[in-house]
Write a protein that binds this ligand. Structure first.
Ligand code: CMP
Length: 143
């Protein structure tokens, strides 16, 4: 089953949006298979955002994601990578439609509440940066 890496960014944690965000993915029908609070170190931030290293906003990006705790999650389900990105809304909150997470809760590109993997490859890479295999729990529903 497909998995994606989602992360409530420091702005989302500090605005008490963890529950709201988890709830949206639960209600959609995806399964939470791993979750933890952590503060991202600079070293991990540079690895996680490696594809953006030549962008002018790279330093701002690393400073922001390391500025406070994040809520890291792995979600599982059919087409979860694409569906999660639709539910998150456009990277630029000005373009994010109402009803999406960024459309409802964000105004700035740099503080856009949530990160989500954009492909199978990035999901596998990002999950392995933040989680050990034994921290991910797959289970069958029994009720
Ligand atoms: P994210 O999905 O975490 O991946 C890269 C991030 O770069 C993106 O979310 C945005 O938050 C951030 N970003 C994109 N464009 C800009 C920008 N012009 N200035 C600051 N941050 C940006």
């Amino acid at each position: 089953m497909e998995r994606t890496y989602l992360m409530v960014k420091p702005d989302g944690v500090q605005r008490n949006l963890i529950g709201e965000i988890v709830s949206r993915f639960e209600r959609k029908g995806f399964q939470l298979v791993g979750a933890k609070m952590l503060t991202v170190t600079k070293e991990v931030a540079v690895i996680h955002y490696a594809e953006h290293k030549d962008r002018p906003f790279f330093e701002e990006l690393v400073d922001f994601i390391t500025s406070g705790p994040v809520f890291a999650m792995v979600w599982e389900g059919e087409n979860v990578i694409k569906a999660a990105r639709v539910m998150m809304g456009a990277t630029n909150p000005a373009d994010a439609l109402p009803g999406t997470i960024r459309g409802d809760y964000a105004t700035k590109k740099s503080m856009n509440v949530i990160h989500g993997s954009d492909s199978l490859e990035s999901a596998a890479r990002e999950i392995s940066i933040f989680f050990k295999e034994d921290e991910l729990i797959t289970y069958e529903k029994t009720i």
